[in-house]
Design a protein around this ligand. Sequence first.
Ligand code: HEC
Ligand code: HEC
Length: 338
Amino acid sequence: MRATLSSVRIPARDEGVSGRRARSVQAAVAMSFAALLAAGGTGAAEPIHPVPEAIELDRDKVALGRDLFHEPRLSKDGSVSCASCHDLARGGSDGRRVSIGIEGRLGVVNSPTVFNAVFNFKQFWDGRANTVEDQIDGPVQSPIEMGSIWSEVVAKLYEHDSYPRRFDAIYPDGINRKTIKESLGAFVRSLITPNSRFDQWLNGDEEALTAEEKHGYALFKGYGCVSCHQGVNVGGNMFQVFGVLNEYFKKRGNITEADFGRFNVTGNPADRHAFKVPSLRMAALTAPYFHDGSAATLRDAVDVMFEFQLGRKAPDEDKDAIVAFIKTLAGESEEMQP
Ligand code: HEC
Ligand code: HEC
């Protein structure tokens, strides 16, 4: 039996949360809570699932993709690689509020982790790419990221002393945009982090979590965080408005185009300020947080979530326990060794 919900004390809802949006989110939260209670909180019914131990991939493509991931020749002036903004030794992100591309150009959003990106239903904060392969045209060609054009990248890789041979050994058509994307994609797909302490617990090891961490998970479910952050990635499977119960952007000010999120892709007014709910798997390592990099610490991010996604207050010890739980979600990958 897992930590049961009956042991969790959830304070009464704050007054003053109103509006249709608020009611629909609260209904969703209440529903998931009821479903959890009905399920009795046992392993199979947990709303979070373990990261698989392995994904079947072509080893040679992954190895080639690994080198391309660290290859600055993909950028116009040879100064930036994928790893510049997705540093695998620091959780697959760059630790900056927004990324820095060629010639020191500032990006418009925070760099998400590449670890476990394969489990996200869409790629990018606004979900404008469907797969990790599709997504690659973005950074390579963006003038504020790598600033390249594909024909130049292909030509530069052909001048290299080993890439032509390595591509030829795998792909009959050698080096081109498609084969570069396929091998880079294979590497990104390999970046999964199984065996987190939380997954060990999900798989039945009662000792894998401390009492506080288990309590944090029960609170994460009880408060309704899990209505948005769920599944293998503890996120990454839906879009939600940022500021669903309080107007985040009004309070923050200086609204940019990137702040419109999913609306920029669909033009649908209901998607204004909607973002892909990010995975919390590597959140222990990837400060700062949110698409705008506005939260410096995990604890700050949790405060914001309570205020703007749940419209609730919570005691400090509950928030601390939730942070302790989130820190158990990060698993292992050989690629994280510097
Ligand atoms: C200049 C910094 C920078 C470089 C270089 C860069 N990225 Fe990114 N990456 C970002 C940012 C910022 C985002 C989020 C962009 C957005 O959502 O609009 C992102 C998003 C992603 C995502 C989507 C993750 C998710 O959960 O949505 C993947 C996968 C990814 N990058 C892989 C790569 C690969 C592979 C390369 C090399 C070809 C690369 N990136 C190069 C900064 C960078
Ligand atoms: C209504 C849906 C929803 C609920 C409920 C929700 N979140 Fe979120 N969460 C989001 C969205 C959307 C974002 C991304 C916002 C952005 O950056 O634009 C996010 C971002 C985060 C982040 C930052 C992750 C990163 O890498 O930047 C953390 C941490 C987080 N949520 C934790 C929580 C916790 C803890 C709770 C419960 C107290 C919670 N969330 C409840 C939708 C939700």
